[in-house]
Ligand binder design. Structure first.
Ligand code: NAD
Ligand code: UFG
Length: 358
C-alpha cells in the first residue's frame, strides 16, 4: 500500500476520495489551504475510516500518529513551494509515491468575474505542484479535470477524442493544465499521469457524515434542489424550458461522488502498477437526465416537494452533456454502481443532517 499526497483533500470530491483510499489501505497526507473548505471533513473521514481522532502534531499539521494507516492534514497552499516541501516530507516513515490533485477553484461565474485568480490557483498552483513533484522525484499524478473542457459539444455521448473547446476562464484553466501534463509526458521520461474529466458529481457518502458544503451561494443544480426542498430557498429557477431535449430542460450526466472516488482509487492504482503513460478518461455514467427528471426523482425519493419556475436560459449552458465512459471502464476496470435515486437519497441524508454544511 502506498503513501499518497492529496491536494484539496478537504473539499467535496477530495474528502470522499480520501475515505475510499484509506479504506483501500493507503496512507495519506492532505494539503489544503481551506479557502473553500475546513478541516472538519477530514475529522469525519478519520472517524469513518476507523482511525483515531486527528491530533495537532505541529503548527498547521494534524494527524493520527499511532495508526499503521496514516492520515496527515497540513494547512498549506499549492502555490507555495515551502508548503509543498513540508507536505512531501511530513511522514517520517514513507515517501510520497503519487499525488491526487483536487485543489482548485471551480465556479464558472466567479472565473468570469476573476479570471486572474483562477489562472493563479488552477494553473500557477498546478505548475508549482509539478515542480515540487519533479524536485521530490515523484512523477505519478491524478488530475481533476472536467467535462467543462468540451464546451458546447457537437454530439453526445462525448468521447475523450471530442475537441477541447472551453468557453469560460475556468474551462481554459483546466485545458491549460491538461496541456502542461501532455507537454511533460511528451518530453520527460517517467511521468505517469491521468487526466480525469468528471461530468456532474452529486450525492454524498451514505453515512450522511460527508457531503458537499459549498462556500457562499451555490450555483449548481443539485445543492439548489436540496435547499429548496428544505425550505432554505423558495423556488428553483430552471434555466430554460425550450432546450432541444425530450422535456425542454437541460440534460446532464450526474455521477455519485462515491463512484467518482472509486474511479480515482482505480486510476492511481493503475498508474502505480503500469509503465509511464498519460491517461485521459471521462468519468460519468453514460446516462443523461434532464433537470425536470432529477427534480421528480428527488421528490419521489425524499417525499419533499421542490417548487420551480422556468426562467431564461443561462448564458454558456449546453442542451446536453453525457459521457462516453467506455474507455475508463476498459482501462480502469471501473463502472458506476449508484443510480439517480441513490444520488438523491444520499444527498438528502447529508442535507438533513447538515443543513448549513459542516
Ligand atoms: P471543492 O471546492 O470542494 O474542493 C477544492 C479544495 O481545494 C478545497 O478544499 C479548497 O480549500 C482547496 N484549495 C483551493 N485552493 C487551494 C490552494 N491554493 N492550495 C491548497 N488548497 C486549495 O471542489 P470539488 O468539487 O471537490 O472539486 C475538486 C476538483 O475537481 C477541482 O479541481 C474542480 O475544478 C474539479 N471538478 C469539480 C467538479 C464539480 O462539479 N464539483 C466537476 C469537474 C471538476
Ligand atoms: N440549472 C438550472 N437551475 C439552476 C442551476 C442549474 O436549471 O439553478 C440547470 C443548468 O441549466 C443545467 C443543469 O441544471 O442544465 C446542470 O447545471 P449545473 O450548474 O449543476 O452544472 P453544469 O453542467 O452547468 O456544470 C457543472 C460544473 C462545471 C463542470 C460541469 C461538468 O458547474 O464546473 O458540471 O463537470 F465543468
Amino acid at each position: 500500500m502506498a503513501h499518497l499526497l492529496i491536494t484539496g483533500g478537504a473539499g467535496f470530491i477530495g474528502s470522499h476520495t480520501c475515505l475510499t483510499l484509506l479504506e483501500a489501505g493507503h496512507s495519506l497526507v492532505v494539503i489544503d489551504n481551506f479557502e473553500g473548505s475546513s478541516p472538519e471533513p477530514l475529522h469525519q473521514v478519520a472517524a469513518l475510516a476507523g482511525l483515531g481522532p486527528l491530533e495537532q502534531l505541529a503548527t498547521g499539521l494534524w494527524g493520527t500518529p499511532d495508526e499503521p494507516r496514516q492520515l496527515l492534514l497540513l494547512q498549506g497552499d499549492i502555490r507555495s513551494s515551502s508548503d509543498l516541501e513540508r507536505a512531501f516530507n511530513s511522514s517520517s516513515t514513507a515517501a510520497v509515491e503519487a499525488v491526487l490533485h483536487f485543489a482548485g477553484l471551480k465556479a464558472v461565474a466567479e472565473s468570469i468575474a476573476e479570471p486572474l485568480r483562477y489562472w493563479d490557483t488552477n494553473v500557477a498552483g498546478s505548475r508549482c505542484l509539478l515542480q515540487a513533484m519533479a524536485t521530490q522525484g515523484c512523477r505519478t499524478l491524478v488530475f481533476s479535470s472536467s467535462a467543462t473542457l468540451y464546451g458546447l459539444p457537437d454530439s453526445v455521448p462525448i468521447a475523450e477524442s471530442a475537441p477541447v473547446r472551453p468557453i469560460n476562464p475556468y474551462g481554459h484553466t483546466k485545458a491549460a493544465v491538461e496541456q502542461m501534463l501532455a507537454d511533460l509526458a511528451a518530453n520527460q521520461e517517467g511521468w505517469r499521469m491521468a487526466r480525469l474529466r468528471y461530468f456532474n458529481p452529486v450525492g454524498a457518502h451514505p453515512s450522511g457524515c460527508l457531503g458537499e458544503a459549498p462556500f457562499g451561494q451555490p450555483s449548481n443544480l443539485f445543492p439548489l434542489i436540496n435547499l429548496v426542498a428544505q425550505g432554505q430557498k423558495p423556488c428553483l429557477k430552471i434555466y430554460g424550458l425550450d432546450w432541444p431535449t425530450a422535456d425542454g430542460t437541460g440534460v446532464r450526466d450526474y455521477i455519485h461522488v462515491m463512484d467518482l472516488a472509486e474511479g480515482h482509487r482505480a486510476a492511481v492504482q493503475r498508474l502505480m502498477n503500469d509503465p509511464p503513460q498519460l491517461l485521459t478518461l471521462n468519468l460519468g455514467t453514460g446516462k443523461g437526465h434532464s433537470v425536470l427528471e432529477l427534480v421528480r426523482v428527488f421528490e419521489k425519493v425524499t417525499g419533499r416537494p421542490v417548487a420551480w419556475e422556468g426562467v431564461e436560459r443561462r448564458p454558456g449552458d449546453s442542451a446536453c452533456s453525457i459521457a462516453d465512459p467506455s474507455l475508463a471502464q476498459e482501462v480502469l476496470g471501473w463502472a458506476t454502481s449508484h443510480s439517480l435515486e441513490d444520488m438523491c437519497r444520499d444527498g438528502w441524508r447529508w442535507q438533513v443532517s447538515h443543513p448549513h454544511g459542516y
